[in-house]
Design a protein. Structure first.
Length: 165
């Protein structure tokens, strides 16, 4: 059985005294050196998302390759891998992400591979998605368009106005 102390020690482990006439096994070579990686290892990705608190107001665009949870107010575009809009949040701008979860208010376009609107969501704008889920009670004013790659920067065609305009 290995112990943490034994692996990290630099001095050789001591062997207990053997009875007279018994063969004394040679100590095992230090395996700590073998366990060390030979190539540089990239730092681990952040496990917890960045959070903008409810009392924070941001004017400008936000972009990250990680996850972010917004609880405050943002006037600008947001791009993230996983983007969660909290119940207290208000976003005025376009939001783009692989996974977009809306619990709060969004005024602007939503683009995501996977878009989820919870019962408390209030969205005023178009949604461009690959998959979408809208809970009962969510408020949504705009149009919905499915695209195979909603994250591409290619211009999305102008959606037709509602009939009667």
């Amino acid at each position: 059985m290995f112990s943490k102390t034994r692996v990290t020690e630099t001095r050789p482990p001591q062997t207990p005294a053997a009875p007279a006439g018994a063969e004394v096994p040679s100590p095992e070579p230090d395996r700590g050196a073998e366990m060390q990686p030979t190539a540089a290892v990239a730092p681990r990705a952040r496990v917890s998302p960045s959070v903008l608190s409810p009392d924070l107001t941001v004017t400008g665009n936000i972009q990250t390759q990680g996850d972010i949870t917004i609880e405050g107010t943002v006037e600008g575009d947001i791009r993230a891998r996983q983007l969660t809009i909290g119940e207290t949040a208000t976003i005025k701008g376009e939001i783009v992400g692989d996974d977009v979860i809306v619990h709060g208010r969004v005024v602007g376009r939503v683009r995501g591979l996977k878009v989820r609107l919870s019962a408390s969501a209030r969205v005023e704008g178009d949604i461009i998605h690959k998959t979408i889920a809208i809970e009962s009670g969510a408020h949504f004013e705009g149009s919905v368009q499915r695209q195979e790659d909603p994250l591409s920067n290619g211009g999305t065609k102008k959606l037709a106005p509602p009939i009667g305009d």
